[in-house]
Design a protein around this ligand. Structure first.
Ligand code: SF4
Length: 226
């Protein structure tokens, strides 16, 4: 896993995303002008023997692309890690920097695309170029992984090719994304849909802390975590 993480962090396969992540890192947001941005792809974070996977879209330009850790340093992460702390899966409710002492339990967090994309919208070609990293990461945690929480429709859609590539399993028909939708098959981890923890969803009340708590309660039950 450490070798994979290092390989991901050095990747430059997508010219548009390389240019964007580095431009953001150079120009910075005013509030972070004294910080050195990571400005590189963001590897997965968490346990190497995770029973729960959390699959996001991509790092945020001034979040993961700044701090170098997925969902760290932005409002989405504030919501996610607070929920993980309530669920007993994180030792603290906040995630502000790579050296903030955060440790998560039995869980690994990763994104379908590892570089921050403009407008949070990777192209299909960028998604497909990055997909092998997700597949390799899933293969490494396969022995223990029991459930993947897909945060939003992009992550949901990215999981099916991974399922085919890593587990050789494909659903008989397309399963549409929905909050609370659960898909299960023999020989593969369960897939649980959850609205993305974006500000757009959490500020509007589309995704509430109570809804996130329910998702983590279900995920823990599926993962056999008491
Ligand atoms: S999105 Fe993925 S494949 Fe493309 S440059 Fe970033 S890490 Fe590499």
């Amino acid at each position: 896993m450490d070798r994979l993480d290092a390989e991901i962090a050095g990747c430059r396969r997508c010219p548009r995303l390389v240019a964007w992540r580095e431009q953001v890192a150079a120009t910075k947001r005013a509030a972070f002008r004294d910080e050195e941005y990571w400005g590189r792809p963001v590897p997965g974070f968490g346990a190497h023997d995770a029973r729960i996977g959390i699959l996001g879209l991509a790092p945020a330009a001034h979040g993961g692309n700044r701090t170098g850790r997925i969902f760290t340093g932005d409002r989405s992460g504030d919501v996610l890690f607070a929920a993980m702390h309530r669920a007993g899966l994180a030792n603290q409710p906040t995630s502000t920097s790579r050296d903030d002492g955060l440790a998560i339990t039995a869980t690994r967090i990763f994104a379908a695309v590892r570089c921050a994309p403009p407008d949070n919208k990777p192209t299909p070609a960028e998604r497909d170029t990055c997909a092998p990293y997700l597949h390799r990461e899933l293969a490494l945690i396969r022995p223990d992984l029991r459930v993947v929480i897909a945060l939003g429709g992009f992550a949901w859609a990215a999981f099916w090719p991974a399922l085919r590539a890593v587990y050789g399993v494909a659903p008989a028909r397309k399963v549409p994304f929905g909050h609370g939708t659960l898909w299960q098959a023999d020989g593969a981890p369960a897939l649980l849909g959850c609205y993305h923890v974006s500000q757009q969803n959490t500020f509007t009340g589309r995704l509430t802390p109570g809804m996130l708590d329910e998702v983590f309660t279900r995920a823990k039950a599926l993962a056999g975590i008491g």
